[in-house]
Design a protein around this ligand. Sequence first.
Ligand code: ATP
Ligand code: MG
Length: 641
Amino acid sequence: MDTNANAIENRVFYPSEEVVKNANATPELYEEAKKDRLGFWDRMAKELVTWFEPYDKVLDDSNPPFYKWFTNGKLNVSYNCVDRHAKSEKRNKAAICYESEIGKKVVLTYGQLYREVNMFASALSKLGVKKGDRVCLYMPMIPEAAIAMLACTRIGAPHSIVFGGFSSDSLRDRINDAKAKLVITADGNFRRGTPFPLKKNADEALKETPTVEKVVVVKNAGNEVEMVEGRDVWYHDIMATADTYYEPEKMDAEDMLFILYTSGSTGKPKGVVHTTGGYLVQTQATLKYVFDLKETDVYWCTADIGWITGHSYVVYAPLALGMTTFMYDGTIDYPDKDRMWDMAERWGVNVFYTAPTAIRTFMKWGTEYPKKHDLSQIRLLGTVGEPINPEAWMWYYENIGGGRCPIMDTWWQTETGAFMITPLPITPLKPGTATVPFPGIEVDVVDENKQPTDRGYLVVKSPWPSMLRTIYGDDQRYIDQYWKRFGDYYFAGDGAKRDEMGYIWVTGRVDDVLNVSGHRLGTAEIESALVECAEVAEAAVIGKKHDVKGESVCAFVILKDGFEGTPELVEKLRKHVGVKIGPIARPDDIIFTAALPKTRSGKIMRRLLRDIAEGRALGDITTLADPGAMQEIAAKYAGKE
Ligand code: ATP
Ligand code: MG
């Protein structure tokens, strides 16, 4: 039986003539990269990066999977992000625009950013930070976070950013894994109007972190904090005595730029290692051609700097390209549910990039909130983090994009560093698919035997510049995790299918795939079918052990405001999935719930739902956005049985 015949979206949205005419990208990019992949990356590296010393080779693949890019090239990331613009006609252009939840606003020009980054690099160096030392950041989304990242790269000290919402235990484990010498944090930041005690959490973690010598604290929320004598210093104090110039370190293209621990949707966090040259090349190339940034744009990526999206597309790529990047520190519904659109209007945002989880939330709240604001200056939209349900795509397209903005659905990972599968603004779009690989990227969908197929495992067939280089301190885990399964193909851990246009649809994580009576079903497909129903805001689907079928489909559903979970609705939803995908996909159980377990970056953690459905004790929930939600779901589930 063909279970997915109806599941592929057939709506196609062609880019307008205007978009195509003005796009940075042309179809020739694909041709060029196809003819000579390394030649394409060579051109990108020469055009987008200022090198202190040229590289001798684009790719060294002599020791797979330990690939090297732009070998022996010398560069500095902060020089590329700041110096070269501060010394040009862009000196007085806004580099970073910032607004806090309580309405504080800051604009830093490239000239000002240059000064701040130099001074903080000088201050860090006076505290003993040297090239190669690891520095841990536990910070809110404030300009000082970007300054700190850039100052680290100026010295050549790899940073490890731990999301400011993580617990002290998560922070402690990550500090210890990276053996960080210094921690940068803040007194606190505002969440729904009340200060969140960041420094207090950090102090808790720092009780068990033997490698940490110094802690720098930014005064941000103004709440009381305890400063530990000899260990803690205020940011403003050390800045007051810092030098205004710090010579940028000449880094090798393959020197470590940062470590970033993945969110842990699927298990123990991995310290993903990124290096300097290839990362700076691919992040810039993708931002330039996919998000089509122009000199006069205000660009807003809503990701926190604690995630890879915040690293690559809030800080490094936009600044390296000399663009204006907007940062917001706060919740999306404070003081009201139109906060995001209010800021987009006031700051004149032209390009807006967010995650499906946020879009589904906006959708649940209703269209009256975006309607209150003039969003006509928005030109282009983006999404990342999960497969986007076609209904959420349509909502975003119509209500935020006004039916005129292309949506760039970007598939990539912490490990890939930059976009891998993504449309360009010139690409015909279909709601729910990230479409095709970026020029110079080779991906495929393969079966267990590494043979191309239309439904199977998503792999990357050849190395790419911004790829991870290893798992910090654990080369073997790097090999086991990503290269064992398919040899020289990188195994992404996601399932995918390919449609008749050659477009790639991510169907969910391989670990989450359901196997019902021998039929493999992706979570994304069933969830998208459920979200199509007018009553449903969000859905998470899992496979629950079943004596006969192997697994049965179990769906956790959040309804839109104003709807009730009646037995009739259960029947309606089951029927709809049956019609849309096939009788085999019809959920046996539908549980209505008010919340779903999500990582702090908004991804649904299905393994926890499986634990509930199969009656196991809950695994690690420390990285959950709302651990309390799990208790509620467990109670609901128990009540149902
Ligand atoms: P961990 O690997 O520790 O479980 P994580 O995978 O949640 O963490 P990320 O690297 O942030 O951490 O997420 C990458 C994953 O997010 C991808 O492998 C994919 O499953 C999903 N993803 C990201 N963007 C898209 C997209 N545009 N379409 C579909 N899935 C996406
Ligand atoms: Mg992952």
